[in-house]
Design a protein around this ligand. Sequence first.
Ligand code: ADP
Ligand code: F6P
Length: 321
Amino acid sequence: MQKTIGVLTSGGDAPGMNAAVRAVTRAAIEKGFKVIGIRRGYNGLLNGDVFEMNARAVSDIIQRGGTEIFTARCKEFKDWEYVLKAKDKCVELGISGIVVIGGDGSFRGAADLSKAGIPCVGVPGTIDNDIQCTEYTIGYDTAMNTVMELVDKLRDTSHSHERCAVVEVMGRNAGHIALNTGIACGATAILVPEVAYDIEKDVIAKIKEGQAAGKEQFIVVVAEGIGGTEEIAKKIEAATGVESRATILGHVQRGGSPTVRDRVMASEMGYYAVELLEKGIGNRVIGLQNSKVCDFDIQEALSMKKPFNERLYKIANEISL
Ligand code: ADP
Ligand code: F6P
């Protein structure tokens, strides 16, 4: 009998998720599987909100941001009772394996469902690049390019008014977007949750130094995990006299057409996930290590630590005079 695999996207969307869905679908069809698209993450699995996908179902989506099969956060899935319901649904639909595209939480669900008897493989999709086992997550590059474009625009107006732009970028627990876009945009200071900071020493003193050296406009990038962006702008203005404006970039960072890097990574990781399911292997998550696509046991992946790039942070500080 023809085997069936399912594909779903879960948690916050990320540009490149569509490219991953496309790769999974086409690779699976090529290998002789039937493919079921599951809408709205684990919710769709519980509700049977599914549809059969053929190669044409994923035409014209590689270039689109977001996820055409929708995404959701499903609280119930943390309860074993619901994992078992999802397993029963898979049996009913004849699904023998699922590719789960999402972040850490989504992988916990994939591990649980694997334990219940349905092999699942996780593909890392989140703009935050905060998944421990992988150097790269799908959506990260597109999001950073979006931030760079927007901060460049802010720079124009900050320059004209000789102001300080305090920009909050996404990253609930991780400063990867902030660090890299801060460097790319020539920020005077970058605040990230991984490094303790002192507003006087690490921000205000640097702006004063810049003023003394004739600098007229400043950019401070703040990761979402730090919070208090408006207050930081007020403190800077009060202490330095430089008019300061806070801008919270928000969800615009999650949209847009994926970059080459995201489309290619999504295609390679999606293909690799299907290769694992073809061999009957589940409870794995795909990662990139030393620029090579590889896979890990989900529990092992979730317990790994991802080092923050201290050297890049040091460089950012030293060249931001
Ligand atoms: P985000 O960081 O954008 O929320 P995640 O991939 O971490 O993305 O998604 C979290 C979602 O994963 C949850 O809302 C839920 O739908 C799903 N999930 C399934 N099982 C679990 C679990 N055991 N623990 C946490 N989240 C889970
Ligand atoms: O995990 C991706 C992310 O964009 C975080 O950077 C951000 O904190 C969060 O999702 C926002 O999620 P929501 O969709 O609930 O606003």
